[in-house]
Design a protein around this ligand. Structure first.
Ligand SMILES: Nc1cc(N)c2c(=O)[nH][nH]c(=O)c2c1
Ligand SMILES: [Zn+2]
Length: 377
């Protein structure tokens, strides 16, 4: 039986180097090499990219947003059309978030209660209810391979008492998510650790999640404006509170240096809109830092964005061309630069996986930090 025909969800830890880990997640729809970066496919598309192009960048898995898909075209319609993989022509693994985070950040008229969140759609104002049970139902209808528990991520600033109350609600919702998810061979349910920047609350959350038992564990409540130093401060201890043999997923991260720092601290999976959102706004990410292609300095530059990059954008198009098409508001600008950014993020992950496997992560990281900070682009 080939790996892709496995009927179970499993994680094998293959190498460690300090706290950094490399491994493989096996799912019925294929393997996920870790550490892994997940492009965000919000409304059943990674914006400006064909699915084949997303796969060509090296992505083994992508993320779908439950909040957006439940509102439009609805989970029931996607299920009737064969599920999210068929609907968006992506046959590799998909992780869906629970919708809770986006309801609180995007929806109108939100009312939070023990039951869940009542809200008005940002699309048409229609009224909806999202609960642990409804979130599990939606993610099952979508057919996602990795389902996220329904949680509440407190907005900053928040007092420790508010963070504690929110975390305790999320742990009750985690149990309800587990109960509603049921037994679905080949599909995984991940719990989400909360607790803000308070170590004791993080420990209480980890203990509660371990008692419920999940197939993987996310570190939530970060990348919400706390800043890199505070985020790393939490990551210095929070991943260690989670089961060693299960995947650890840091939600919503991040810039390349955030990602490297998270992997260094034991994170296996991440997702972020940054590379695709940046690609549409003329912001290129490279091994030597970030570059704004709308800047006039590029208008006569025949060089590729990154001469060391093997993506189709850098292979065939100049900075001058990218500058022009962004200035002219041509669609191809976003297409090319999104492809480059996603390619670079996957190259970053591949570099870390190889460095961890060969026990040279510290050397690799030191070289990354010097080059990334150089700004020589
Ligand atoms: N930065 C974050 C991004 C996210 N999508 C989430 C989430 O979906 N749930 N819970 C979280 O704490 C969270 C944090
Ligand atoms: Zn490139």
């Amino acid at each position: 039986m080939t790996q892709s025909q496995t009927q179970r969800f499993s994680f094998s830890l293959e190498a460690t180097d300090g706290k950094a880990r490399s491994g493989r997640i096996s799912t019925p729809r294929g393997e996920i090499r870790t550490p892994a970066f997940m492009p965000v496919g919000t409304a059943a598309t990674v914006k400006a990219m064909m699915p084949e192009s997303v796969a060509a960048t090296g992505a083994d898995i992508l993320l779908g947003n439950t909040y957006h898909l439940m509102l439009r075209p609805t989970a029931e319609r996607i299920a009737a059309l064969g599920g999210l993989h068929k609907f968006m022509n992506w046959d590799k693994p998909i992780l869906t978030d629970s919708g809770g985070f986006q309801v609180m950040s995007l929806a109108g008229l939100r009312k939070l209660s023990e039951e869940g969140v009542r809200f008005a759609s940002h699309v048409d104002g229609s009224k909806h209810m999202l609960s642990p049970e409804r979130s599990m139902e939606i993610q099952k209808l979508l057919g996602s391979d990795i389902v996220m528990a329904f949680d509440e991520c407190p907005a900053l600033p928040a007092t420790e008492a508010e963070v504690a109350k929110s975390m305790q609600l999320s742990m009750r919702w985690a149990q309800r998510s587990r109960d509603a998810f049921g037994d679905r061979p080949g599909h995984a349910l991940f719990g989400i650790q909360q607790g803000g920047v308070t170590q004791d609350l993080r420990a209480q959350s980890a203990e509660a999640l371990r008692a419920i038992e999940f197939d993987g564990y996310a570190v939530g409540g970060l990348a919400v404006g706390e800043g890199q130093e505070a985020m790393f401060g939490v990551l210095d201890y929070a991943p260690d509170m989670l089961p060693v043999q299960k995947p650890r997923y840091l939600m919503g991260v991040g810039k390349p240096d955030d990602i490297v720092g998270a992997v260094k601290r034991g994170i296996d999976m991440m997702d972020c809109v940054l590379p695709s959102r940046s690609g549409r706004t003329a912001q290129g990410w490279t091994r030597r830092g970030q570059v704004n292609l709308r800047n006039a300095r590029h208008q006569d530059d025949p060089r590729p964005l990154d001469a060391d990059c093997t993506c189709p954008c850098c292979a065939k198009y100049s900075r001058a061309y990218l500058h022009h098409v962004f200035r002219a508001k041509e669609m191809i600008g976003g297409m090319l630069l999104t492809w480059h950014n996603l390619h670079y993020f996957q190259e970053l992950m591949a570099g870390m996986r190889a460095a961890i496997a060969s026990g040279t992560f510290d050397t690799w990281e030191a070289a990354f930090q010097i080059e990334f900070a150089s700004g020589d682009i």
